[in-house]
Design a protein around this ligand. Structure first.
Ligand code: URA
Length: 433
């Protein structure tokens, strides 16, 4: 088969056969397809989309391009359940939710992604913890999940390797925002992870890949239906991404905010709502609690009792990070040499969240090219939420940069006015298929 014929089929609006999709996935996984042909097909799919059947075939081919985990041999005394987000700015939910869910009785083998487009990646954030091994072998991964209850890792060499390569190429070729490609990318990893249940966080808004409620629902329904065909029961929450989630953006800064949350010191209300709603859905969908209210109370108890923080500490140590990380996170995390507050006047009325995500890339906290090293320390802290009054005592945010001349034009990304806009709902929908 000639790969140029596969590209032409999709370029001309046709449907790819199972054989063509398998040929593509094999070439991704073994590296034989050059990046220019992969990106050409990615753009053709982006422009002409894929049918539900094609997306299903791509999902299962990518899921079985490497090892598929089987937890049944581990004799776990709870459900194997995970959450995955479609990507946002300041989205540190995984670091909170995984230990909370584990403290509630779930087993969470979380295989996360690196930064994609303007969005940050959980794997990159995890690697800002010194010593943390985000790509352990399966033996260690299984051991940590079994003994601690959760392990947050990145995609290893042999887990959905076709998606790993495709994801890195899509990241730098403007081909991320496609319903079938996002569906296949997320579910390939989740099916390979051997989950019993999945909860999706479908981000909606100007910092998300899906910018209209219709597109967000389309993606949620595509993921739920494709997952059902693979026997993976999935619920999806549509959550707001029209501003930074929490108060920080940037790898180490987000880990710092996560530690303050788990220690029950600072819980920014919107972040708290997203974490608790998603986590409660995991506890509910997997049958640990019979309804969402009881599930949420159980999650709340996991934080207030300190149990979730303890789980995070054990997970971090088991994966090679410092044994005292939760107690002494500030001493372990990199901090930037230059910090500078950015001031504005008036009420913060809107944020161009994608521009904030792109500003992180400019600062060195995200990638412009495949494989680039990141500066974990850079980013923004103290980011004001929409509706906040800004003045000389309350900055818009604090920039953390590698040098004095680093630029991050935050003022262009934010609007101020005289009147606070109406409050937006944080969780706009729950879809259960
Ligand atoms: N997360 C993924 O894993 N893949 C995508 O394509 C988008 C978000």
């Amino acid at each position: 088969m000639l790969f140029t014929d596969v590209i032409r089929t999709k370029r001309d609006g046709g449907s790819l056969s199972g054989e063509q999709i398998q040929f593509f996935v094999d070439g991704l996984a073994d590296g034989s397809l050059p990046a220019e042909q992969v990106s050409s097909l990615a753009m053709a799919i982006f422009l002409n989309s894929m049918s539900f059947e094609e997306a299903g075939l791509l999902t299962s081919a990518m899921a079985s391009s490497g090892t598929v985990l089987d937890w049944s041999k581990e004799n776990l005394d709870g459900p194997v359940v995970d959450k995955h987000s479609t990507g946002g700015v300041g989205d540190k939910v995984s670091f909170l939710l995984a230990p909370i869910a584990a403290a509630c009785g779930c087993f969470v083998p979380m295989i996360s992604g690196r930064g994609l487009g303007h969005t940050g990646g959980t794997t990159d954030k995890a690697e800002s913890i010194p010593g943390y091994n985000a790509t352990p072998d399966f033996e260690l991964f299984r051991k940590v999940v079994r003994e601690v209850g959760c392990a947050i890792i990145g995609q290893t060499e042999d887990l959905a390797p076709a998606d790993r390569r495709f994801y890195a190429i899509r990241d730098v070729t403007g081909t991320v925002e496609s319903v079938p490609l996002i569906t296949a990318s997320i579910l390939a990893k989740k099916i390979a992870a051997g989950l019993d249940f999945l909860v999706m966080d479908i981000k909606l808004g100007n910092g998300a890949f899906m910018q209209s409620p219709e597109r967000a629902r389309e993606l949620a329904n595509s993921i739920i239906a494709t997952a059902a065909n693979a026997n993976l029961k999935t619920h999806a929450l549509i959550t707001d991404m029209n501003e930074v989630l929490g108060t920080t953006v940037g790898n180490a800064l987000e880990i710092r905010e996560s530690m303050q949350y788990l220690r029950n010191e600072v819980r920014e209300p919107r972040l708290d709502d997203v974490v608790m709603s998603l986590c409660a859905e995991m506890v509910f969908v997997s049958g640990i609690e019979p309804d969402r209210e009881k599930a949420r109370a159980r999650c709340e108890q996991a934080v207030s009792s300190g149990k979730a923080a303890e789980v995070f500490a054990r997970m971090t140590a088991a994966l090679g990070g410092p044994g005292d990380f939760v107690d002494n996170y500030d001493a372990h995390l990199a901090s930037a040499p230059v910090t500078r507050a950015v001031y504005a006047d008036g009420v913060l009325t809107a944020v161009n969240t994608r521009a904030v995500g792109n500003a992180i890339i400019e600062l060195g906290g995200g990638r412009k090219k495949v494989g680039e090293q990141l500066d974990f320390a850079v980013g923004f802290s103290d980011f004001a939420s929409i509706g906040s009054e800004l003045d000389k005592n309350r900055p818009l945010a604090v920039i953390h940069a590698a040098s004095e001349d680093a630029t991050a034009n935050l003022l262009n990304a934010c609007q101020t006015g005289e009147i606070a806009p109406e409050k937006r709902v944080v969780i706009s929908d729950i879809l259960t298929g």
